[in-house]
Design a protein around this ligand. Structure first.
Ligand code: CDP
Length: 223
């Protein structure tokens, strides 16, 4: 069974997807980490982010893989061609670069191919922007999480502060707004709910409430 969880930045996708996967004992795939890894490699190699030929070659020739930390239930360590980039892909430079890279057709085709291969494992929660619409349109359950822009930037700022990053709330809001605009207006696989997605507005809901709703959808589907 595939559970697709899509939504914009700060909607709670990652946290909810991980908790649902843990609760159900499902595999877990963070597709955003894959685009981030390609963006990171393009930055390190000094490739112009709009150069589809060169960024496309990176995406087509790399392997993004995941591993478990010791004692962790889910594979949250991220590697590109064996290099551990778990922390590096969360840098603000990658935040700023990733949407441009993710808008390129060749990059998306290469990532979707890897995602479909990984997603062929039987029970899995996959989070992203286009999982229910493009990557796995036949997913048994599709969830689209939203939240107000204020709430989403508040959550992202709190997340960064918890990681010890010095946070400028206006800057966080601006970065999220820019990325959302780019992700929702791009020509290929824009961020949008699948027609058959269950949309949950998480503004004002606790994490437990959101997870409980997702799990309830699954129980209806799989009594
Ligand atoms: O965690 P956050 O929601 O901020 O972002 P992410 O899931 O790590 O995704 C980073 C970026 O990758 C997004 O802003 C999109 O540009 C891109 N992405 C995508 O295009 N398609 C996906 N399935 C997942 C991410």
């Amino acid at each position: 069974m595939i559970i697709a969880i899509d939504g914009p930045a700060g909607s709670g996708k990652s946290t909810v997807a991980k908790l649902v996967a843990e609760k159900l004992g499902f595999h877990y795939l963070d597709t955003g980490a894959m685009y981030r890894a390609v963006a990171f490699r393009a930055l390190v190699d000094g490739v112009r982010l709009t150069d589809e030929e060169r960024v496309g070659l990176i995406a087509e020739n790399c392997e993004v893989s995941f591993a478990h930390d010791e004692g962790e239930a889910l594979p949250t360590r991220v590697f590109i061609d064996g290099q551990d980039v778990t922390a590096a892909i969360r840098a603000p430079q990658v935040d700023d670069a990733v949407s441009a890279v993710a808008s390129l057709q060749r990059v998306r085709a290469a990532m979707v191919k890897q995602q479909r291969r990984i997603g062929a494992q039987d029970d899995i929660v996959i989070e992203g922007r286009d999982i229910g619409t493009v990557v796995f349109p036949d997913a048994e359950l599709k969830v689209f999480l939203t939240a107000s822009p204020e709430e989403r930037s508040r959550r992202r700022a709190a997340q960064q502060a918890a990681q010890g990053v010095l946070v400028d709330p206006a800057g966080v809001r601006d970065a999220i707004d820019k990325r959302d605009l780019a992700d929702s207006t791009r020509q290929i696989a824009p961020l949008t709910p699948a027609p058959d997605a269950r949309v949950i507005d998480t503004t004002g809901l606790s994490l437990d409430e959101v997870v409980a709703r997702v799990v309830a959808y699954i129980e209806v589907w799989r009594p």
